[in-house]
Design a protein. Sequence first.
Length: 556
Amino acid sequence: MRKVEAGKLPANRLAKLQDRVDRGLQSFVSKVYQPLMEKALRNRYVTLSVFAGVMIITVSVLVSPLIRFVFFPKIPSDMIEVTLDMHAGVSIADRNAALIRIEQAAMRVDERYRQENEGENLVESIMLWSRGDDEGVIIAELSKAEKRSIEVDDVASLWRNETGSIVGLQKLDFSTERHAGGSKPVYFRLSSNDNRQLQQAAAELEAKLQSYDGVYDVENTTESAIDEVILDILPGAQALGLNLASLGNQVRQGFYGQEVQKIQRGREEVKVILRYPREDRDDLTDLDRVRIRTADGSEVPFYQVATITPGQGTSYIRRTNGKRALAVSANVDVKRIEPDAVIKDVRDNFLPDLYARYPDVTSGLDGASLEQKQTVEQLAVLGSMALLMIYALIAIPLRSYVQPVIIMAIIPFGLVGALVGHLLMGKSFSLMSTFGLIALAGVLVNDSLILVDFINKAKAAGKGLYEAAIFAGRERFRAIILTSLTTFLGLVPITMEKSLQAQAVSPMAISLGFGILFATAITLILTPTLYVVIAELGQGCRRLWYGEKVSKPLGE
């Protein structure tokens, strides 16, 4: 009995398998493909009309709600980052208490999950730290998505609800996804010389964004008002050699302090600050007891040289092109609404009325919204240059201005397969999908170029136009189909992968894989048909121009 090595087939079995596949392909070409192509060529203008209709339907689907277009997709993560921002003036102790409260809320969510899932971990670790006096960050690392039975967005929602309301809170943001554009997908920047108009306009824009279903975490960078004291120098103080600057410096030195010495203690340097005792600087009325030193070295009570007016101000001011500026941004649930749809509706239907009410206010895109606009413009320019280069590279060896158009006519039909692939896989169309379409253009040109080249060679060998088109399709069917199928199958693992690492590139793989699969079938019919039609139109034009000099029939 003959032994067979593991993983290898006997030569005769392999030959039989090869013969079977070869006979199957030949049978398909002779019984299905060739009759279909002959019929398409006989009714070539109807065929072109059908393909034009397919393209129109594809564009209609692209602009319809069936396909979600998210330029910068949000990539899910196993981390939840919570950003805490308290109102200016809130004590550090209150800020720390708020951080601890958020951390304990996460622990309660984790405990309930353990009880409902037989001790399975939800929260692997939590890190928290402060930023400045009124900001803090908490990062919770969750168990891997493949192991837990709850989505990261649902965990964030439970955590947010468990936290409840916090006194003195300005902003609390639960971020579960990484934005490819670096910021929230909806981002407007308002600017004005009139601070009152600016803040009112920002508040109205914030309310408008909150009214959209699917828009959440709306953020307005308007700073909360903080208490401040305005010093006004009295006229008599100038006779004593005082001005507002010297008055302010002396008050600051007494209450905030001034560095008078540095002491080296081990490896650390200790600053010595001189200021009033705590009991003399805890209350606003303590200002009345402050002694102000005049130019001649004498001292006078504060109330004799200045007055104080309580007021409110901001901790810092943002400016754009010399104007005060505020940003209003928001996250978007792409399953319910597209960021582009929100931006377009705001710009078309809301901002004109806002400008009418606040004429000094101007607005513009910023963050991810601005980056998207710039990227689209760059892609349009670079894509046009790429198409011109492809045209030139094809036109030079073929010595024809028309045949490159025939070859490149298949490129738009790659969009058909890409859209079908995104619908089947439940993915939104994104920037990475567009990159896949750009790569797809080069692959599709190869298949179409092979067919045109074989038609040219068949015509040079003496075959008629119609016969040459049939011959080229029949002879190159196997090579085109096999290369396209192997490319598609090679991309299938990426399109089916559910891990977080593959989420960034899967839209590109879907566009490339499904685009090749669908456009290959279209190439085998459209390219020969278009070749015959253009040749027929060219011969007709030459007959009209030269009269009887060109009278060769199409060869049908």
